[in-house]
Ligand binder design. Structure first.
Ligand SMILES: Nc1ncnc2c1ncn2[C@@H]1O[C@H](COP(=O)(O)OP(=O)(O)OP(=O)(O)O)[C@@H](O)[C@H]1O
Ligand SMILES: [Mg+2]
Length: 420
C-alpha cells in the first residue's frame, strides 16, 4: 500500500504482522503529546557577514543569536526589534530552506512507533498554527500511520526550529545556530489535549520542555494517565528555558512529584545529568529509580546506553549498559547520508515504545516488560535513523521501515547478543 500525500492516516493491510511479536495480537493504543514542530535547515549561511554579526548576542540571555547554541525566536525578535520572518530574510534572503522536515521528540518518536509496530494505534494530541508550516507538518504526518485527527489548528505560528549552518566557520570545521519558535506551543495547555488524552494503554509525553504549560503539568498529566491504567512514558529534550532562566538549578519534569509517576523515562546523557544532578549516566539511572521511576534509559550518542528497571510495569533488572550499533554506523548507507544524527534520540525513543507496545500486545497488558528486549529495538531504530537526513523518514509502503529495523535488530543481536 502506498501512502498518499494528504490522504489521512492509512489503514494497514491485515496480512502485515508486527515483526516484533510472535503470538496473538492485541491492539495497543498510544496517546502522545509534546513537542511537534517544523525543522528548516538553511545551509551555507556566512556567519561572518555583517547582518549575522549584528544579530549575535552581546551578553548571555540578551536574546541575540549564539554560534553553536539555540535562541528562542520570541527573544530574538525583542533583541532585533523585528519579526522573525524579517530577521530570517535579512540573513538568508528570499531563498527557501534547503531542507524541511517534521521534528520534535514527541511527534518524531510517535511516527516511528506507528511505522514499526502494527499492533499500535498511535495518536498525537497537539496543535499547529494556521500557517504554511502547519500545513506542511500535517501533510508530512499524514503520509505516515500516525493518527493526527487530534492535531488542532490554532491562530498563530506553528512551532519551528530554524537551523542556520555555516560549513566554513571555524577554519572549515563548520558551525550551526538554532532559532526555536514556540509559536502556538507557547500556550498549549493540558485542557487543550481533551479528556481522552489519558485513556490509552500507553501515554507518552515527549520534549515538553518546549511546550511550557504541558511541561509544568507533567505530574498532573501522568497522574491522570496512571488513574486510567496507562503505562506512562516521558522522553526529554534539552530544557533551554530552564537553562536560560535558572542555569544553576537542577532541571525538573514539572516537579519531583513526576518521578514516581513515570513508568519509563528516556533521556540523553546531557539531559539526564541536568535532571538528576549526577555526573554520569549510570548514577543518573539509579537516581531516577531511587525516586520511584519504573525504568530509566539514558543514551549517549555512539556511547553505550545506560539503563535500569526497578519496579512496577517493568521486570526488575539492575543498572547496566548496552553498546549501541557502532558497526552499523561505519556502513556505506550511513556514510552516504553524511553522518546526520538528527532525530536519532527521538527514533530511539519511538523504537523503545514500540518494543514495549509489542510485548503488551503479544503477552497481555499485565505483563512485566523486558526492558533489555525493547532496548535492542530502540538501538536498531537509532541506527536506522543514521541512514537518512532528518528524524522523520517516509515509507513508500506500509511495513517497509518495520522490515528494515527488524533486519538491523537481527544483525545487532548476532554481534552483541542478549543481555549484558
Ligand atoms: N554514531 C552512532 N552510531 C550508532 N548509533 C547511534 C549513533 N548516534 C546515535 N545513535 C543511536 O541513537 C541513540 C540516541 O542518540 P543520542 O544519545 O545522540 O540522542 P539525542 O542526543 O537525544 O539525539 P537527538 O535529540 O538529536 O535526537 C543512541 O543511543 C544510539 O542507539
Ligand atoms: Mg534527544
Amino acid at each position: 500500500m502506498i501512502y498518499g500525500m494528504g490522504a489521512g492516516p492509512q489503514p494497514r493491510p491485515v496480512s502485515l504482522r508486527c515483526r516484533f511479536c510472535y503470538d496473538a495480537r492485541m491492539a495497543i493504543t498510544i496517546h502522545g503529546a509534546g513537542c511537534a514542530l517544523m525543522d528548516y535547515l538553511y545551509s551555507n549561511v556566512d556567519f561572518t557577514h555583517d547582518v549575522v554579526q549584528g544579530l549575535l548576542r552581546r551578553k548571555p540571555g540578551d536574546g541575540g543569536l549564539t554560534i553553536g547554541g539555540l535562541v528562542f525566536a520570541e527573544a530574538l525578535e525583542r533583541f532585533a526589534g523585528r519579526k522573525i520572518d524579517a530577521i530570517l530574510e535579512s540573513i538568508v534572503g528570499s531563498r527557501e530552506a534547503n531542507r524541511e522536515n517534521v521534528g520534535g521528540p514527541a511527534i518524531v518518536s510517535l511516527i516511528h512507533t506507528a511505522q514499526i509496530c502494527e499492533e499500535a494505534d498511535v495518536r498525537f494530541f497537539g496543535a499547529v498554527g494556521d500557517d504554511e508550516a502547519g500545513r506542511s507538518l500535517r501533510a508530512i504526518a499524514e503520509r505516515t500511520p500516525l493518527d493526527v485527527s487530534r492535531l488542532a489548528v490554532r491562530p498563530g505560528a506553528t512551532a519551528a526550529t530554524y537551523v542556520l549552518s555555516d560549513p566554513d566557520y571555524a577554519d572549515g570545521h563548520g558551525e550551526r545556530m538554532f532559532v526555536n519558535q514556540l509559536g502556538v506551543a507557547a500556550d498549549l495547555s493540558p485542557e487543550d489535549l481533551g479528556p481522552d488524552f489519558p485513556r490509552a494503554d500507553i501515554v507518552q509525553l515527549g520534549g515538553t520542555a518546549l511546550v511550557p504549560r504541558l511541561h509544568e503539568a507533567i505530574p498532573r498529566l501522568l497522574r491522570e494517565a496512571r488513574a486510567a491504567g496507562a503505562l506512562t512514558v516521558v522522553n526529554t529534550v534539552y530544557d533551554f528555558r530552564a537553562e536560560s532562566s535558572r542555569p544553576e538549578e537542577r532541571w525538573t519534569l514539572g516537579s519531583d512529584e513526576a518521578y514516581p509517576l513515570v513508568d519509563l523515562l528516556i533521556a540523553d546523557a546531557e539531559e539526564a545529568l541536568r535532571l538528576s544532578g549526577c555526573d554520569d549516566a549510570a548514577p543518573a539511572v539509579s537516581w531516577f529509580l531511587g525516586r520511584g521511576t519504573g525504568a530509566a534509559v539514558v543514551t549517549n550518542g555512539p556511547g553505550p546506553v545506560a539503563f535500569g528497571a526497578g519496579s512496577g510495569r517493568f521486570a526488575e533488572c539492575g543498572v547496566g549498559s548496552r553498546p549501541v550499533f557502532t558497526e552499523f554506523a561505519k556502513r556505506e548507507e550511513v556514510r552516504s547520508a553524511g553522518g546526520d544524527t538528527t532525530g536519532c534520540g527521538d527514533n530511539f525513543a519511538g523504537g523503545l515504545v514500540a518494543g514495549v507496545a509489542s510485548q503488551l500486545a503479544s503477552r497481555g497488558p499485565g505483563v512485566r516488560v523486558d526492558l533489555d528486549a525493547a532496548l535492542r529495538l530502540a538501538i536498531a531504530s537509532g541506527a536506522f535513523c543514521l541512514t537518512h537526513l532528518g528524524g522523520t523518514w517516509l515509507e513508500e509502503a506500509a511495513g517497509e521501515k518495520a522490515a528494515r529495523v527488524a533486519s538491523i535488530r537481527g544483525e545487532y543481536e548476532r554481534i552483541h547478543g542478549g543481555r549484558r
